[in-house]
Design a protein around this ligand. Structure first.
Ligand SMILES: Nc1ncnc2c1ncn2[C@@H]1O[C@H](COP(=O)(O)OP(=O)(O)OP(=O)(O)O)[C@@H](O)[C@H]1O
Ligand SMILES: [Mg+2]
Length: 252
């Protein structure tokens, strides 16, 4: 159905955590691509607590003599036992230069996956980093600027929001707010950033640690605010993308 990219302005608001949470709550087959050029796979070191070795990932995709569309299946790894998969990112920022020529063909390969019924979530890391996967952001059906609702977070997000509105080739941009109402609510945030707030995710540090660093699940994790908000957010994101497709081509 869609390629959805998540990125941030500053301050580690929870992009990687939300990407992992999204992938594990997604109601359809989904592929998470760790395209943050900072390096060190957040999934292998975080969610899997280093219990899984890096064996293949984006670097092998970039170095493969085959086109990304053909080599993709060799670098994809399971995220859980069902329908969620991931491609591990680089191991260090020094490797990100090797990826600059990968982004554009990878964007095309991901769009083809989308046509075959698999959704894609891209962890694009922070905006403005050297080696940023700009072609993936531009090709995504929806790019979400992830932000907390605090003043410093919103000040940084506002600066980037105006750059994105003015200069970017992104197809659609929205905000994913972490901690709606703590202190600013989605209405105020949407106005300040002049972007639609597409979804909110609860601020829940203990539960977030499960996705961020593989911490043991707290009591009632599955029925708690984080997982419930992630499910609602995935539904809002899918509805938004489906509505945009409808407006664009007149059919879902
Ligand atoms: N919904 C949430 N509620 C509370 N804490 C959260 C939430 N999401 C993430 N966190 C916490 O925020 C911190 C940063 O998370 P994460 O690494 O996902 O951010 P990031 O935006 O990917 O950062 P970076 O730009 O450094 O990659 C972690 O301690 C994580 O547990
Ligand atoms: Mg991250």
């Amino acid at each position: 159905m869609a390629v959805i990219a998540l990125t941030s302005a500053s301050g580690s608001p929870g992009v990687t955590t939300t990407c992992v949470g999204f992938a594990l709550s997604w109601p359809r087959p989904v592929l998470l691509v760790e395209a943050d050029p900072t390096g060190a796979s957040g999934v292998l070191a975080g969610y899997f607590r280093g219990t899984r070795e890096y064996n293949v990932g984006l670097i092998e995709l970039a170095l493969s003599p085959a086109a990304p569309a053909d080599a993709l299946r060799d670098v994809v790894r399971p995220l859980n036992g069902s329908d969620a998969w991931f491609i591990a990112g680089t191991r260090s920022p020094a490797q990100s230069g090797a990826l600059t020529r990968l982004w554009a063909p990878l964007a095309e390969a991901l769009a083809d996956l989308d046509e075959s019924g698999q959704d894609v979530i891209v962890d694009a890391g922070r905006l403005g980093l050297a080696g940023s996967p700009e072609p993936l952001l531009a090709a995504a059906d929806l790019t979400l600027l992830v932000s907390r609702s605090t003043l410093p977070a919103l000040a940084a997000a506002r600066a980037w929001a105006s750059v994105v509105r003015r200069d970017s080739a992104w197809r659609q941009t929205g905000v994913l707010l972490i901690g709606d109402g703590q202190p600013y609510g989605h209405g105020e945030v949407g106005k300040v950033l002049d972007l639609p707030v597409i979804a909110s995710v609860a601020e829940a540090p203990e539960a977030a640690a499960v996705f961020h660093r593989g911490a043991p699940a707290p009591r009632n994790f599955e029925s708690g605010p984080l997982v419930r908000s992630l499910r609602a957010a995935t539904a809002s994101v899918q509805a938004y993308v489906a509505r945009s497709h409808f407006e664009l081509v007149g059919q879902p």
